[in-house]
Design a protein around this ligand. Structure first.
Ligand code: FES
Ligand SMILES: [Fe+2]
Length: 402
């Protein structure tokens, strides 16, 4: 199937029928036709500094990992053993001596994924053709420090085409190697992944849903650029909530004029950047009506902050959610200790409103009435990109455009 990046739409219109946000059949098609051949943010180069450093990631249905080879290059392999398919790496590890499956100790070469050895070969597998059982490879590419992977070794859309020159025209000025990483957060959301993406690209709601947190910018003071399939949100000056802060500004980031703030990298990765932080995220589909947002954030190291300007909070009250064994903070509306709209966390406000929309989808009367030409053409653009990978008239479900 040929892929063709759609042009920026002139008018806003809803292209996806509501079934695309709730049907298990459509969800299955997205897994097969979109996520099995899409580029997704996996990790940052700093996660794998040394040869042999490996970082496991889940990409759509594919467990994969990124690993640094001896020559310094990065590789992406599927995290499934070629013996009986076991997922091998569970967490970050150094595998310079070989990637060893925990089940029967088959061992793979980090530099090319080749099967290097296995116990009792002569006795148990006298005829085994080892050279045919190397790890499956994936595609890999980098924009700055950010590493992206594709489940396909030769992706239908190659990395350069997918990037569409974003690093030349809209590169973020942040250098995360001088920042320190905060605790990662996972927001579990009872809504379709596209509802959350569309919300992230909706410039119309910023002054209303987020009147206590982001406080804009208003539609008059914002714009977006299309870069290939990607949506880059442009602010015309930093919002008051970002500039009135006790956090240390990151040197060299000028947010006084027209500047990019959000990069929604199609389909489900993104960047949020300001004068005080840099975040990279993925919006991971779980089921037709469930997804999660995985968010990593970097800020200036704490020791650079002025203690006199840093408010102290009673212990145990810093942030929402629960810290789990993997070190991440998990947030869901079910376990939130306050009403979502009093959380003072704009992501929680967003997850709340997406869940509200998802609940209303069940109504036979649900229909998108209109989209704003200023602030919501981005939704049309995103939906056109989804349809480029998963056309309405495809295998399985056949949906008519509304
Ligand atoms: S499944 Fe990996 S060695 Fe057997
Ligand atoms: Fe929002």
């Amino acid at each position: 199937m040929t892929l063709t990046t759609p042009p920026r739409p002139k008018r806003a219109e809803q292209l996806l029928p509501k079934e695309c946000y709730m049907s298990p059949e459509w969800f299955e098609r997205e897994q097969q036709e979109l996520f099995s051949r899409a580029w997704t943010f996996a990790c940052v180069a700093q996660d794998v500094p040394e040869p042999g450093d490996a970082y496991p990631v889940q990409i759509g249905r594919y467990p994969m990992f990124v690993i640094r080879a001896k020559d310094g290059s990065l590789k992406a392999y599927h995290n499934t053993c070629r013996h009986r398919g076991t997922k091998m790496l569970e967490e970050k590890a150094n595998c310079r001596h070989g990637i060893v499956c925990p089940y029967h100790a088959w061992t793979y070469n980090p530099d090319d994924g080749a099967l290097r050895g296995l116990p009792k070969k002569d006795l148990c597998f006298p005829d085994l053709k080892m050279d045919q059982l190397g790890l499956h490879k994936g595609g890999i590419g980098q924009i700055g420090d950010l590493v992206f992977v594709n489940p396909q070794e030769q992706p239908d859309e190659d990395f350069e085409t997918w990037c569409a020159g974003v690093e030349k025209t809209h590169m973020w000025p942040h250098d995360i190697s001088m920042l320190s990483e905060k605790r990662p957060v996972r927001y579990d959301i009872m809504a379709n992944w596209k509802a959350f993406c569309e919300n992230a690209m909706d410039g119309y709601h910023l002054s209303y849903l987020h009147d206590k947190t982001l406080m804009g910018p208003d539609v008059e003071n914002q714009d977006w650029d299309d870069v290939g399939r990607h949506w880059v949100f442009i602010s015309h000056g930093e919002s008051p909530s970002r500039s009135n802060t006790h956090f240390t500004p990151i040197p060299g980031i000028d947010t006084s004029g027209r500047h990019p703030v959000v990069w929604q990298l199609f389909p489900n990765s993104g960047i949020l950047a300001s004068s005080i932080f840099f975040s990279a995220y993925t919006i991971v589909p779980v089921g037709p009506e469930q997804c999660y947002l995985e968010l990593r954030t970097w800020m200036m190291p704490k020791e650079t902050r002025d203690p006199a300007k840093t408010p102290t909070r009673p212990s145990g009250t810093s942030g929402h959610g629960h810290i789990m064994a993997d070190g991440k903070r998990y947030i869901s509306l079910e376990t939130l200790g306050c009403p979502a709209m009093e959380s003072l966390d704009f992501q929680i406000e967003d997850m709340w409103v997406c869940e509200q929309q998802q609940k209303a989808l069940q109504s036979p009367l649900f229909k998108v009435g209109a989209l704003a030409d200023q602030g919501e053409t981005s939704l049309t653009f995103f939906q056109a990109n989804v349809l480029d990978f998963v056309p309405l008239e495809g295998p399985g479900v056949k949906l008519a455009a509304e």
